[in-house]
Design a protein. Structure first.
Length: 140
């Protein structure tokens, strides 16, 4: 969310002001950290403890290998703890691509994610007609 790879920073080593000023992502998160800590520069651990998003901390997290993630999702789905999932990225860029490349095929092998796509686009898979050029004018 901040366009910074937190894995490059030791968890308890404070960021420099120059590093924080270079982040181009969600500035509100950085600003909230400043309000919470005052003049002290934050560490990655501070971001973990202070900037909790509901999707990461209020709900279970399935973490590990693609098999581990699929195991957790399968357990919840099969035992009717849920009827689907909203996937939240733990890092950007890369999280959604990694999920699609590694976890989805594992879920497909288990019969938990469909293989029957109707076409290569979302529009085709939702069964939506392709609008003609200029159709938008009808609704303007």
């Amino acid at each position: 969310m901040l366009n910074f790879d937190f894995a490059k920073q030791p968890i308890d080593e404070p960021f420099t002001q120059e590093e924080m000023d270079s982040w181009t992502g969600v500035q509100g998160m950085r600003d909230r950290m400043k309000r919470e800590l005052g003049n002290r520069l934050p560490t990655p651990r501070d971001f973990i403890n202070i900037t909790r998003r509901g999707t990461f901390h209020d709900h279970p997290r399935f973490v590990g290998s693609p098999k581990d993630v699929a195991d957790g999702m399968e357990e919840w789905f099969v035992n009717r703890a849920c009827d689907g999932f909203v996937i939240a990225a733990s890092h950007v860029p890369g999280a959604y691509e990694e999920f699609s490349r590694f976890v989805v095929p594992e879920l497909q092998r288990r019969g938990l994610h469909h293989l029957d796509y109707k076409g290569p686009t979302l529009r085709e898979n939702l069964g939506l007609d392709r609008p003609a050029v200029g159709d938008w004018r009808k609704y303007a």
